[in-house]
Design a protein around this ligand. Structure first.
Ligand code: SF4
Length: 239
């Protein structure tokens, strides 16, 4: 690449990063951690009418848009940094998440935390959410009408966060995000485009607990994510 081409690319990346941070209401150079509060506690002054995680959560309210409202204990909205360039998306809350209202806790959550740390990040610097915000009874497979009712709120979260990369954890999340029914083995290992987002499907931590031999494959996927973040000039905070 010539110096001129490199300069054009750098300027385009910088403009994109600035736009992303402006949309997220945060000011930080790519990869720097914002001083903003994390998760839904997003009460910094914003332009009138502009959506934030807090306004998306307020729109969700005490949601009764599908039948899962009758069986849940807590809505599990999401957790992490409001300016996270890296987002992890799972299928739905489990029992521990339903009890605490926090996504990816329990054994699968602990493994996800380790995966994030192995990538050089911290849980508090990324964002974690599920397609569904309420637990299906007995962890059954979400129904199509439940996904249809809840998906707009994940889309709204991603619209606010405007991450550079989304890691889809497990086949259901990857299938929902990408609009396919392909198995995870056919999807993982490469990036997919979703409305300008780069999506990397990989195995769900709960699956990796049952099939530890697949951790090597998951790590290979996460290394591709790390390499892409580096290519984009995004370093873990504190790196
Ligand atoms: S799963 Fe989503 S749409 Fe259904 S009640 Fe919970 S928050 Fe509402």
């Amino acid at each position: 690449m010539s110096a001129a081409d490199e300069a054009v690319t750098l300027i385009a990346d910088l403009r994109s990063a600035l736009a992303r941070h402006q949309r997220a209401g945060a000011w930080a150079a790519p990869g720097e951690r914002s001083a903003r509060p994390v998760g839904v506690v997003d009460d910094a002054p914003v332009e009138p009418g502009r959506r934030t995680l807090a306004t998306v959560r307020a729109d969700l309210g005490d949601c009764t848009r599908c039948a899962l409202a009758t069986t849940r204990s807590n809505i599990v909205f999401g957790d992490g940094a409001a300016d996270a360039p890296l987002v992890f998306v799972g299928e739905a809350p489990g029992a521990d998440e339903d009890r605490t209202g926090v996504p990816f806790v329990g054994r699968a959550g602990e493994l996800l935390d380790k995966m994030i740390v192995a990538m050089g990040w911290r849980r508090s610097d990324v964002y974690i959410a599920n397609v569904l915000k309420c637990r299906p009874p007995g962890n059954r497979t979400p129904l199509a009408d439940e996904i249809a009712a809840c998906r707009p709120f994940l889309d709204a979260q991603l619209g606010v966060l405007a991450p550079r990369i989304v890691v889809a954890l497990g086949r259901p999340a990857a299938n929902t995000l990408l609009g396919t029914d392909a198995p995870i083995s056919a999807l993982r290992g490469r990036f997919h485009e979703l409305n300008g987002l780069r999506v990397m499907p990989t195995f769900h931590p709960a699956y990796l607990l049952r099939e530890p031999d697949r951790k090597r494959d998951a790590w290979a996927d996460l290394k591709l994510v790390m390499a892409e973040l580096e290519r984009l000039g995004i370093q873990p905070p504190g790196a």
